[in-house]
Design a protein around this ligand. Structure first.
Ligand code: RAT
Ligand code: ZN
Length: 412
């Protein structure tokens, strides 16, 4: 057996047995009831599959959205799995998931698959799925502006310790004018005018929600047009409210850069696109605010190298994840290799972005396999350079990559 094959086996074993902290998902604590999505229909109407389904579907968008979830799932199943081979990453994900659950996609029709999921007892099923994915903790995406989740936070509930919270503030930063009346309604003294009182009001809002939900970090997704410094509401609010709030809390701000929302609004959630970000803005933030910590992922492939180089210059910058359109085997491998070669293990290679519970199974299986390959390559090269890598060192490195480095950086 070649040195690289031996390492691949060793690293695969360690990675598979190291529980991961999934630092960004769209899953919910089971207390949120129907907001925690699971089952075959949810898997099939995942927006990654919807956009692929419409490559083949000839029905009008309106008809698709007016149909029930089962009908939508039937259409997608037929278009992407029966009439064409399911070779895309999102389709393969459904198959990996069913296979891991012991279900045979070819033999069972959707009716029998639906029956199987309906028979699962939700609490035990949650544990089974997390075990299959070897996920130790799930970080949610929690928005005070979401009318579906807000009432439960207001009311309070018994938390599942496996689920932590992250405060998502997109509307605050990207559509300030629409948020002002809402904040005022909730008792915060803000005005459309950007002044000290407004900054104080926003900071109070952020502090209240950080406490209410036990948020670990603040988070925002930004369009390619984001600039900093700039005479925009977004830049002003970041500088005068969000960054001081994060410093006060000792927390990081997560910036997800490069999403073009609603490129095709007819596709709804599936209609967002990608654009090149100006990472000069990130450089200015990292240099101008050394006491703030920036967790950053970029959506454009073309931004990945600059992001990694910036992280070499600024220790208050931590790259994370292969986000959304970069969450495909080819790009995960390219990005992960680049990060390992330029940053060692001081980054977080992946998050699942799961929207449906079972997503954690395939996203982590696929990503762990690629990470194993990239890491084994690095160890093989180290041995060629005369450096023996011990089992304990492999464990340490895998622990850092699957959440340890993130925890240290974020002060958790
Ligand atoms: O990956 C996704 O599911 C996207 O729709 C987005 O939610 C993205 O991850 C985000 O957090 O904005
Ligand atoms: Zn997300």
């Amino acid at each position: 057996m070649s040195a690289s094959t031996i390492f691949l086996d060793r690293v695969t074993r360690v990675l598979d047995s190291t529980p991961v902290h999934d630092i960004h998902t769209h899953l919910y604590d089971p207390a949120f009831g129907s907001l925690l999505l699971y089952g075959i229909d949810e898997l099939l109407v995942y927006h990654y599959l919807v956009s692929e389904g419409f490559r083949h579907l000839e029905i009008p968008y309106d008809r698709f959205w007016a149909a029930g979830k089962e009908t939508q799932a039937d259409w997608i199943w037929r278009a992407l799995f029966l009439e064409h081979s399911p070779v895309s990453e999102s389709c393969r994900g459904v198959l990996t998931t069913l296979h891991a659950l012991g279900l045979e996609a070819r033999r069972q029709d959707l009716t029998s698959l639906r029956r199987w999921f309906a028979e699962q007892s939700p609490r035990e099923y949650l544990t089974r799925v997390l075990d299959l994915a070897n996920v130790q903790s799930i970080c949610m995406t929690n928005s005070p502006f979401d009318p579906e989740e807000r009432p439960l936070w207001d009311q309070g509930f018994q938390r599942d310790p496996r689920f932590s919270a992250a405060l998502r503030i997109d509307p605050l930063l990207v559509s300030w004018q629409t948020v002002v009346p809402q904040l005022r309604d909730w008792g915060y003294e803000v005005s459309a005018e950007l002044n000290t009182r407004t900054a104080d009001g926003v900071r109070r809002f952020l502090a209240d929600w950080t406490e209410r939900i036990g948020s670990r970090y603040c988070m925002v997704s930004l369009p390619p047009s984001f600039r900093f410094p700039a005479s925009t509401e977004t830049a002003w609010l970041i500088e005068h409210a969000v960054l001081p709030h994060c410093r006060e809390q000792g927390q990081a701000i997560a910036l997800m850069m490069g999403v073009k929302r609603a490129v095709n609004p007819q596709l709804r959630l599936a209609g967002d696109g990608v654009g090149l970000s100006d990472l000069m803005a990130l450089q200015n933030l990292c240099a101008g605010f050394p006491d703030n910590k920036f967790l950053v992922t970029c959506l454009a492939r073309e931004n990945q190298h600059e992001l990694v180089v910036l992280a070499r210059k600024f220790r208050n910058l931590h790259p994370f994840g292969c986000w959304w359109f970069t969450n495909t085997p080819q790009l995960i491998e390219e990005i992960t290799r680049m990060r390992l070669e330029l940053l060692g293990t001081s980054f977080t290679p992946q998050h699942s972005d799961a929207r449906v519970l079972e997503h954690v199974i395939y996203k982590w299986r696929h990503s762990r396999a690629i990470l194993a390959k990239c890491l084994a390559e690095r160890y093989t090269d180290l041995e060629r350079a005369g450096w023996q890598v011990s089992e304990q060192e492999i464990r340490r490195d895998c622990g850092e990559l699957l959440g340890g480095a993130f925890g240290k950086f974020s002060g958790l």
